[in-house]
Design a protein around this ligand. Sequence first.
Ligand code: SG4
Ligand code: ZN
Length: 304
Amino acid sequence: SQLTGDMLIYSRPSKWVEKFPMAAGSRQSPVNIETDRVESDHEALISKPLRWKYPATASRKLVNPGYCWRIDTDGEGTLLSGGPLMDDVYKLEQYHCHWGCSDSRGSEHTVDGQAFAGELHLVHWNTSKYKTFAEAAKAPDGLAVLGVFLKVGKAHEEMDKIARLLPYVSHKDDCIEINEPIDPSKLLPVRGGRAGSSNSAAQRCVNPCMRWAGRIIRPAENKGSQWQVDDNGYWTYLGSLTTPPCNESVTWILFKRYIEVSHHQLNIFRNLRKFPRGEECPCHENHGVVRDQQLPSATATRQS
Ligand code: SG4
Ligand code: ZN
């Protein structure tokens, strides 16, 4: 059976490799972050703090591509640099979100086996080295994605601006212009435009468990509540896009702190439709890592 176009998005990640050979690569995302296997004292990470700038006016369009909501920016005046990116300057291309059908899952990455209710991704490309997003997406240092875990709690004010617009893009291929400014920096758990400026704050993930090799997330070992969550910290590793074509071009930067969104806000995400007007199938979940696990044929072994 041939997998085509959007159907891939709803298919099992283990099937993606049939059409996208990169999905079988050696730096595939997402991964499970094992907090006892991270390195803190990488000079490159601490010599320059990670810093970002996002004018609220850069958020231009809200799109329903059929498998998430996405905000496209004009990149104008946006910047991400420092930390693992060193002196290269990256621009914000778009941001989008992943969620699950219940509040206990939905994130793409996991931390010590624990999933979050969702994960926000801010996708940037390296403008110091490449001319276009497409060119950067093929290069090993072309993209940088900032990831923010979502946990269920109180409603998030900035996220609410997005949630209130989602009914206008309820179906696949719906798209609206954004008029009220939406500020992506207000969606980050760290304020002040910088992070990781101390030794323990920025940590590099050592040989993270791979999506395809390690495959199955280790069950939570009631470790979640004991994490050393640095106020200003992030984990970083070299990985890939989490969906086809799974390009191995992403420097991942995941904030250790999560943001809170409400159950109601997540339900608004889940109510987005996968298909154009006329077919009412809701996008209950759109995170990759758990899908294979739910299927009976998934193997529960971990390779070393
Ligand atoms: C989501 O499906 C986005 O909507 C995609 O954006 C994105 O692809 C894809 O996720 C993978 O990105 O940060 N999760 S991720 O690794 O950014 C790209 C579009 O389809 C190329 C534009
Ligand atoms: Zn994503």
